[in-house]
Design a protein around this ligand. Structure first.
Ligand SMILES: [Zn+2]
Length: 494
């Protein structure tokens, strides 16, 4: 009995030792982040903010196809404003309008043997949600600069990126810099409705001109967020290394129709309701791997001891961490393919049995699964030959996962640390749960990333596509400086 107790105590001591060892190892990784001397970057802050604010006055709205015509004059107004605001860019770079409204700038590199760098952004914005106009503290297309913010639709998504990129290039030309890689600026005009006319045509244009592979592709996606949302101290630079796929399936239950005075026990509507119940009862499996695992590994060292202990020992605490993440829709979406029943219809008259009933289910597919594997799984769950399952067409596979060890990622991380301070910000790869134009490029570069180098407010993501979209003035100026650093740091990419 005594020996048995000794074995138990020994095992516990060993376990404690392993847990603490792993935890301290994760702690040591913090110290690896180097500081070093960083060159100053001088930006014309007041001018930059004025140019950015004015860009928000052009209502370059992407309406859902078939609802309202594109306001070409708004796009041309924005483009005239860009030409006037950035004279050195327009004198030094070749600039073209592609497919009516998209913009392509070419800055030839000094070393033509190197693969090019592609900096993306989109000129279009989403409409203001009808009925919310009066809730805006500043009019959404006024470009107001007030209380330390630039206000308006596009202030975060995505005119910030377009303007900051041009401002950075203007600054670099002013300072006499010449890039080693050829740099393309590719600004689409329809990201908010899928990007097929903009980003896709821009990519096809460059591929037709001979582009085989890009050294780095950078688009919107992550940002510099308050670490509190991940339970860590300081700021976290979330760099998107992949984005989820998108699939909508329509499920149609066939009924018999007839008079409602002689109904069967379940009409087509009742039957589709039970199909919906089955689908919701069988969520996709969650796994703590890939980009989400990398994100946790990156932020773990800055967590308080208890959480760090769990993160450093996921072999033991993985199920607990998973459970905690699944409790919040935002973090749950990073672990699994999500299921959302978004539409339901059936029946035409109060006293007529429905001849069919339909439901639409939207899936956001995580890397590792495919549109085909999702459809197969749904077919298996439904398991009913009376239900027709149809892909509604607008769909994409999850993007390949970019290489977080590559030279492009390193250039991004270095630029973030230079601008925002090595001790103040943790760089973390992550999975983008929405969609961006970058997906058109993921087959052309293993260094395709989704990241806006600007600190956002804690509630910033609710302002994107919502009301009172705004960017802190300091965030805008530091994002310009960050982009200046990034372009300089691309010289180190082979
Ligand atoms: Zn966007």
């Amino acid at each position: 009995m005594k020996r048995f107790l000794l074995v138990i105590v020994g095992c516990l001591a060993l376990l404690a030792g392993v847990l603490v060892f792993n935890t301290s190892r994760s702690m040591n990784r913090v110290a690896v982040r180097d500081g070093g001397k960083v060159a100053a970057v001088t930006v014309d802050s007041a001018g930059a903010i004025a140019r950015f604010a004015k860009a928000l006055t052009y209502p370059t709205i992407s309406w859902d196809p078939g609802t309202q015509p594109v306001d070409s004059a708004a796009f041309r107004g924005l483009q005239a404003h860009l030409a006037e605001s950035f004279p050195l860019v327009h004198k030094t770079l070749k600039h073209e309008v592609i497919n009516h409204l998209s913009l392509l700038y070419t800055w030839p590199g000094t070393d033509p043997t190197r693969a090019p760098v592609v900096l993306m952004g989109h000129q279009d914005v989403v409409p203001v949600i009808p009925g919310t106009e009066s809730q805006w503290q500043q009019q959404p297309f006024s470009g107001a600069v007030k209380d330390g913010f630039v206000w308006g639709r596009g202030a975060l998504d995505d005119k910030l990126t377009v303007l900051a990129t041009l401002e950075a290039i203007e600054t670099l030309i002013r300072d006499g810099y010449k890039p080693r890689h050829t740099v393309y600026l590719a600004f689409g005009h329809d990201e908010e409705i899928g990007g097929e006319q903009g980003a896709q045509v821009l990519r096809d244009t460059l591929v037709a001109r001979g582009l085989k592979e890009a050294a780095l592709v950078l688009d919107e996606g992550g940002a510099i967020a308050d670490g509190a949302m991940l339970g860590v101290t300081g700021k976290v630079a979330l760099i998107g290394v992949s984005e989820k796929g998108f699939l909508s399936l329509e499920l149609t239950m066939k009924g018999k129709g007839g008079h409602s005075s002689t109904p069967p026990p379940h009409t087509a509507i009742g039957q589709i309701a039970s199909v919906i119940e089955k689908i919701e009862a069988a969520p996709f499996p969650a796994t703590l791997d890939g980009p989400t695992r990398w994100m946790l590994d990156a932020v773990a060292p800055t967590m308080p001891f208890g959480k760090r202990l769990a993160m450093a020992n996921l072999w033991l605490f993985g199920p607990l961490v998973e459970k905690a993440m699944l409790a919040q829709p935002q973090s749950a979406a990073m672990l699994r393919t999500t299921t959302a029943v978004t539409m339901v219809s059936g029946g035409v008259k109060t006293n007529v049995l429905p001849i069919d009933a339909k439901a639409v289910v939207n899936f956001r597919i995580r890397p590792g699964e495919t549109m085909a594997s999702v459809t197969d799984r749904v077919r298996g769950i439904v398991n009913d030959t009376n239900v027709a399952i149809r892909d509604l067409g607008f769909h994409t596979e999850p993007s390949p996962v970019s290489d977080r060890e590559g030279a492009g990622f390193k250039a991004l991380a270095k630029s973030v640390r230079e601008e925002f301070g090595a001790s103040g910000v943790t760089v973390a790869p992550y999975l983008v749960i929405g969609g961006t134009d970058a997906r058109y490029w993921s087959g052309r570069s293993t260094q395709t990333f989704r990241f806006m180098g600007a600190p956002i407010e804690a509630d910033g993501m609710t302002r994107v596509h919502g009301t009172n979209e705004r960017a802190p003035l300091g965030s805008y100026v530091s994002s310009v400086r960050y982009l200046v650093r990034l372009v300089r740091n691309t010289d180190e990419i082979p």
